[in-house]
Design a protein around this ligand. Sequence first.
Ligand code: PMP
Length: 351
Amino acid sequence: MGVPVLHRLALNESPYPPLPSVRKAMQQAVAEAHRYPQFYPDELAERIAEWCRVAPDSVAVGSGSVGVALQLLQAVMEPGATMVHAWRTFDAYPLLATMVGAHAVPVALSPEGHQNLDALLAALDHGTRVVVVCNPHNPTGSRVAVDALSAFLRRVPRHVTVLLDEAYVEFAGDADPSDTPAFLAAHPNVLVLRTFSKAYGLAALRIGYGLGAPALVERIRRQQLPFGINAVATAAVKASLRADSELRLRVDTIVTERERLRHELVDLGWHVRPGYANSVWLAAPDPVDEGAAALTDARVLTRHYPGEGLRVTVGDRRANDTVLAALAGLRAPARGESLSARGEPVPGAPR
Ligand code: PMP
């Protein structure tokens, strides 16, 4: 048998288990488990719409945000069509494209870990049906500035649907929900993808949602599996929305820990750029492979891309201290580091 894992920081999960009120709601739903859930999850969609301050017909619910993304591809793809996305990104995107008989077209990230919006636009052609923008980005945690996103959206042709993946938006701290209805109205070819798996800590229950213009949402809802959203998960989401302010405090703690982790890593000599998800991204040429080995020895699971990078989910304070202790002995090569490590451009710096 393997050595037991101490900290699970590989999947960008929340370190917190469900709140007592959420657990209680789930237990009540378990007692009714002999009953079917709603045929289609209309009530949950209405509740989410109210919370997001959008019309009920602007919300599609699915089995995690990955389920909503699949429904979108099923709705808009044709065999042989293409889906353009940055690479690296969330691993599921190319898999989903294959599932619907489409081709995934990867577009390299910039050396700083940003999605290259001009290159994404250049990759669109008459056969493209979907382009993915992940904001904040997985795995680098970079974010797309509001102005750059607006300029990008203006240039995307209308036959292409933009999948704007905001799985980590709560950790970026700058989403203003009052803007959402106007944003959706201005961009009928955009689906904003969100999830209860990350900030709301319900990854096991598989509930995500998409916000979009009613015509697009209607097409996505047609791909909804009947009875496909389970009742225990629905009860947990509704209870989480009632406990929103308590859950937001958890997000604040994770953001504070993310900043502490980054600054302490920088002090240790790692070149960590600002990130806006619930993770930090260590990139080559810093010693990421040695870092991964040290973390494995410390019984910490992280996401290692050999020779390329290391994504460490922000855990609780103890987990983050374990990460810092494991990485402390591995100093990165010096190269104008105090500026570049803080995400500021350094003239002539290699990255
Ligand atoms: N989008 C991104 C960018 C992710 O990183 C993830 C999970 N790692 C997801 C979507 C999927 O999340 P879920 O299906 O649990 O909502």
